[in-house]
Design a protein around this ligand. Sequence first.
Ligand code: LMR
Length: 394
Amino acid sequence: MFSSLATPKADPILSLSAFFKEDPRPHKIDLGIGVYRNSEGVTPIMSAVRKAMLSQAETQPTKAYIGLAGNETFNQAMTDLLLSGTASYDRASAIQTPGASGALRMLADLIASIKPNTTVWISRPSYVNHQPVMEAAGLTVREYPFFDAQTKRVDETAMLAQIAELGPDDVLLLHGCCHNPTGGDISLEAWREIANLALRNGFLPFVDIAYQGFGDGLMEDAAGLRLLADSVPQLLISTSCSKNFGLYRERTGAAIIIADSKEATTKARGRALELARGTYSMPPDHGADIVANILGNEALKAEWLDELASMNQRINRLREQLTLTFREQSDSQRFDYFSEHRGMFSVTGLDNDQIAALRNDHGVYVVGGGRVNVAGMKESDIPAVVNAFLAVNA
Ligand code: LMR
């Protein structure tokens, strides 16, 4: 049965992590997979998370099943975090999923089960898992222009020109903030124009927001998504607690459905739960219970918000330091984009030879396409990273 299978393609991010682990060089630097690391190079368990875990261990009454939608307190808290006060709040319904990838797949399956001929438009470039997840659900994937490789900025004119061509058989997949892989975010004016185009042409916006709180702040990072939620009749959202709660391995995320009426949302939610039953059945509870406890407890929530803000400020400081060191060492301002970008990642435009030389000659690991995880750096790594980039003629 299995011998005729072709050799599987390696995942570009996860395979890099495996190579990094095997590299015996002590000076190696991992700027690949999207995890936050502190100044000691550790991905910390946030203090509010640890407290909620301890309390869970002592007070959780049972491990009996919860249900297809997971933890409803968590679902409400996720909806509040993104949508409270928006016009669509009352029409929104969240379902806990295994990470944001689980939410992407659930919503893709939902779309395919209703309209199998839908085309999903993703940015060029986009998160490496967007296309595979959408195609696995049977949807067609096409790209809209997004990033100008020369300026390292979003080309909003080209992006909006393509989006203006979309219609009722199209879904537009957007990154809520901290674009993965480029680090280039779109302006509020562009979000407004996207809302107008969705209203005029009838395509369905779908926002993947996996980095809320890692750009300019928790609320600021949701501003574009909230603008859409105020304007359009239908909206899909996938969200994640991997980054902003540091719960990567707990696979804690949510799919949020907003339909044009409460009744339609209830029907869509029902279909999505049927799809969940046919795949993983129920989502894992551990991370969602922790998040629900933090967001439902004033003191723990305040502690989490403080810690998240410190992480966010540190990422933005790393961006500034990187830019300054590049300025000094290269005698140019061509790397200033590092401080203009937001979130974990920046796309550097390195080609495959440069990426291989970085890894082989300098022990610096970056993802194909030249994505650098700025949030994975220690302050003390910056001189070596800058030297390595300049040595490969970045
Ligand atoms: C990344 O882009 O590095 C992360 O989101 C990890 C993943 O699941 O791909």
